[in-house]
Write a protein that binds this ligand. Structure first.
Ligand code: AMP
Ligand code: MN
Ligand code: MN
Ligand code: MN
Length: 276
C-alpha cells in the first residue's frame, strides 16, 4: 500500500498546485494521500476533487505551526473536517503574523547585504498570506546568494540564525484541540528535526499524549535512516501510531518524491489503519 500523508501545494510553500500534486501522486502510484499545507485549508477542495477522480483515497490534512519551549514544532492534523469553525479561526489567527514577520526578515537580510528580499520572496508566494521562510530561501538561491535551500537555512534562516525572526505561533494545546475538535488525528511532524534535549523530548511526547495526540511521523523526507529506527522506538515506547509522508514541496528540492517512501516497521500501527 503506497501512502503519503504529508506534502505542500502553492497554497503554502509548495511549488505545485493541488491538482498537479494529485496528478503526481496518482502517477507515482499513491493510493492514500493527504495534502497538508502549512496553517491553510484552501487547497483541499481542489486536491480532493482531482485525487478522487483518479481513484486515490484522499485524506484532508493541515500542518499547524506551534511554538513549544521557544522552538517551532509542526503538528499535522489528518482526516480533519476542513469546514470546522474553530479550526479555521485558529489557523486564520496564525496566518496573521506572517507578512509582518516577512518584513522584519527582509530588514535583517538587508542589514546582512541582501536587499529587496521582501519583494523577491513575494514573487515566489502564490498565497502572500502564507509567505514563509521557504519563499525567502528560493529567492536567495535563485539570486545566487546561496547554492541551495539547506545552505540558506544553515546560514540565514534556520532557528537562531541571523535573519530568522522568532514567532509565537499557536500553543500545542490549541493546535491539538482544534484538530480533535475537527474530528481529526494529531501527529507530531518530523520529530527528528527539533533541537530539544532528551528531557524536553520526553516532556513534549508526554504532554502531546496527555492532551490527545495519537501519532508521530516515523518515515518522513526529513528523517535519516537512523531516525526511522529511533522514532519507531519512540512510537513503541509511548504507544503512538506511526505516520509516513514525504513532506514534498517541489520536484527540484525534494529528497523524496511523493509516495516514494520505505514501508513502516510492521509491528507499528499505521495512523491510517482505520481509514481504509
Ligand atoms: P516558516 O513556516 O515560514 O517558518 O517556514 C518553515 C518552512 O521552511 C518549513 O516548512 C520548510 O519547508 C522550510 N525549512 C525549514 N528548515 C529547512 C531546512 N533546513 N532546509 C530546507 N527547508 C527548510
Ligand atoms: Mn514547508
Ligand atoms: Mn514541517
Ligand atoms: Mn511540511
Amino acid at each position: 500500500m503506497k501512502v503519503d500523508l504529508h506534502c505542500h501545494s502553492t497554497f503554502s510553500d509548495g511549488v505545485l498546485a493541488p491538482a498537479q500534486l494529485a496528478a503526481r501522486a496518482h502517477a507515482n502510484g499513491v493510493q492514500v494521500w493527504a495534502l497538508t499545507d502549512h496553517d491553510e485549508l484552501s487547497g483541499l477542495a481542489e486536491a480532493r476533487s482531482i485525487a478522487e477522480a483518479t481513484g486515490i483515497r484522499f485524506i484532508p490534512g493541515v500542518e499547524i505551526s506551534v511554538t513549544w519551549a521557544k522552538q517551532t514544532v509542526h503538528i499535522l492534523g489528518l482526516a480533519i473536517d476542513e469546514l470546522d469553525t474553530e479550526l479555521n479561526a485558529g489557523l486564520a489567527e496564525i496566518r496573521k503574523g506572517r507578512l509582518l514577520r516577512a518584513r522584519e526578515m527582509a530588514d535583517r537580510l538587508t542589514a546582512l547585504g541582501i536587499p529587496d528580499s521582501y519583494e523577491g520572496a513575494l514573487k515566489f508566494a502564490a498565497n502572500p498570506l502564507l509567505i514563509s521562510r521557504t519563499h525567502f530561501a528560493r529567492f536567495l538561491v535563485e539570486n545566487g546568494y546561496c547554492k541551495n535551500m539547506q545552505m540558506v537555512f544553515d546560514k540565514y534562516l534556520g532557528e537562531n540564525k541571523p535573519a530568522n525572526v522568532p514567532v509565537h505561533w499557536s500553543t500545542l494545546e490549541d493546535a491539538v484541540g482544534w484538530i480533535l475538535g475537527a474530528g481529526g488525528r494529531a501527529v507530531i511532524a518530523h520529530p527528528g528535526r527539533y533541537a530539544y534535549s532528551p528531557m524536553q523530548f520526553d516532556a513534549l511526547f508526554e504532554q502531546f499524549k496527555d492532551i490527545g495526540g495519537e501519532a508521530i511521523e516515523v518515515i518522513t523526507g526529513s528523517h535519516t535512516l537512523e531516525q526511522y529506527v529511533e522514532y519507531a522506538g519512540v512510537a513503541r515506547r509511548y504507544g503512538f501510531m506511526a505516520s509516513c509522508g514525504s513532506d514534498f514541496h517541489s520536484p527540484k528540492e525534494a529528497r523524496i518524491d511523493l509516495g516514494n517512501l520505505p514501508p513502516l516497521p510492521s509491528d507499528l500501527t499505521p495512523v491510517w489503519h482505520d481509514w481504509i
